[in-house]
Design a binder for this molecule. Structure first.
Ligand code: SF4
Length: 326
C-alpha cells in the first residue's frame, strides 16, 4: 500500500491523541496541527505531540475566531463559543495546509454522538460540508460508521484498521488509551475560554463597546477584573501583581486604538487600572474611587494617592458590584 500522509487536528485531548495513534497503526504518516488564539489553552497540546512523537504545526487562528464571534453562521453554543463554525474553519485551514504541503487527508478525533449538539451525525456532516473538505476528512475513531473517505476508497488508508466508536461513553477510549500507553490527558468536559460564562460576559461587553478590532485589547481579556461604568467607560482592574505588570506593559507598548489611561496607587499597595477610553468626568472620578476601594487603604491613616492625584475617603467596594462584568 502506498504511504498515506495525514494532518491530524489536535487539542491535546484524549480523542485527538487516539486518532493519531489509530492512524499510525493503520499505516499512515501523521503530523499534528493545532490552532492558537488568546481563547485557547495550548499547554497540553505541545506536551501531547511530544509524547506521541509527532511533529506539531501551530497555526495562528486569532483573526479567524474573532470574525466567527462577530458573525457565527451556525450560532453560539452555551456561551460565546461558535463551535460548529470554529471547528469547520479549523478543518478548512488544515485542508489548505494539506493542499499546500501535499498531504492526503485531514483527520480529527471526533466521535459520532459524543456531544449531542456538535458531534451528532448531522453536525459532523455540516462540519465536513462547511470545511470544503468533502471526502478528505477522516474521523478514525468513528470512520466505520461514516461514508468511506477518498484515501480509504483509493486503498491508501486501511478502513479495516479504523474504528466504530459512537456515543457518550468513554470506556472504549479509556481502554484504547491503556493499550496505546497514553496516560496524560485532560478531562473531556473542557472547552476553550469561549465556553466559560464569565469569560463570555467580558467578551460580549468588549464587543458591544470597544469592539473586537483591537487585537491587543482582545488578548487582554484573559486577565483582570472588568467594570463598565454608567457612562460607558470600561475599566480593566488588575487582580494581582502579574495583572498589574501586564497592564503597565500594555500601556507602554503603544499601538492600542484607544487613548489609554492608567491609574495606580502611589502611597499604598493596590491594583493598576487600565481605561481604554474615558467617556465622562463622572466615570473618571468613579474609576479613581474604584482603584482606591480595591487598594489596601486600611494600612493608611489618610487618603489614597493615585498617580493622577489624591482621592478623598470614603471608598466602598460594594458600590461597584452593579458595574462589575467579571
Ligand atoms: S470549544 Fe472553543 S476551540 Fe473548541 S470548537 Fe468550540 S469555540 Fe472552537
Amino acid at each position: 500500500m502506498a504511504v498515506c500522509r495525514g494532518l491530524s487536528l489536535t487539542s491535546g485531548g484524549l480523542d485527538s491523541q487516539l486518532a493519531i495513534k489509530v492512524l499510525q497503526r493503520a499505516g499512515a504518516e501523521v503530523e499534528a496541527v493545532c490552532f492558537s488564539s488568546p481563547f485557547f489553552d495550548m499547554s497540553g497540546t505541545e506536551r501531547a505531540a511530544k509524547t506521541l512523537g509527532v511533529a506539531l504545526r501551530v497555526v495562528d487562528f486569532t483573526d479567524d475566531i474573532v470574525s466567527l464571534i462577530k458573525s457565527p453562521a451556525h450560532g453560539f453554543g452555551g456561551a460565546m463559543n461558535p463551535c460548529i463554525d470554529c471547528h469547520a474553519l479549523m478543518i478548512r485551514r488544515a485542508g489548505e495546509l494539506m493542499e499546500r504541503l501535499g498531504y492526503d487527508f485531514v483527520a480529527t478525533g471526533e466521535v459520532q454522538g459524543q456531544r449531542p449538539m456538535s458531534q451528532n451525525r448531522q453536525a459532523l456532516g455540516v462540519v465536513e460540508k462547511c470545511s470544503g473538505l468533502k471526502g478528505r476528512l477522516v474521523r478514525p475513531l468513528s470512520a466505520k460508521l461514516l461514508e468511506p473517505t477518498v484515501p480509504e476508497i483509493e486503498g491508501k488508508l486501511n478502513r479495516d484498521m479504523l474504528l466504530d466508536i459512537s456515543g457518550r461513553g468513554r470506556e472504549r477510549q479509556i481502554a484504547l488509551a491503556a493499550e496505546f500507553g497514553i496516560a496524560d490527558y485532560p478531562s473531556p468536559a473542557g472547552g476553550c475560554k469561549l465556553t466559560e460564562e464569565g469569560f463570555a460576559r467580558k467578551l460580549k461587553d468588549l464587543m458591544d463597546h470597544e469592539g473586537l478590532d483591537d487585537r491587543a485589547l482582545v488578548e487582554l481579556l484573559t486577565r483582570a477584573r472588568r467594570f463598565r461604568l454608567p457612562d460607558g467607560t470600561g475599566v480593566v482592574l488588575g487582580r494581582d501583581r502579574r495583572d498589574n505588570a501586564a497592564l503597565r506593559e500594555f500601556k507602554l507598548s503603544g499601538g492600542c486604538l484607544f487613548p489609554l489611561e492608567l491609574l495606580s496607587p502611589v502611597n499604598v499597595p493596590g491594583p493598576t487600572a487600565l481605561i481604554p477610553e474615558v467617556k465622562s468626568e463622572g466615570d473618571f472620578a468613579l474609576a479613581k474611587e474604584l482603584v482606591c476601594a480595591y487598594s489596601r487603604y486600611d494600612r493608611l491613616e489618610g487618603d489614597v494617592a493615585l498617580n493622577v492625584g489624591t482621592v478623598p475617603r470614603p471608598y466602598n467596594r460594594e458600590k461597584f458590584r452593579e458595574w462589575q462584568i467579571c
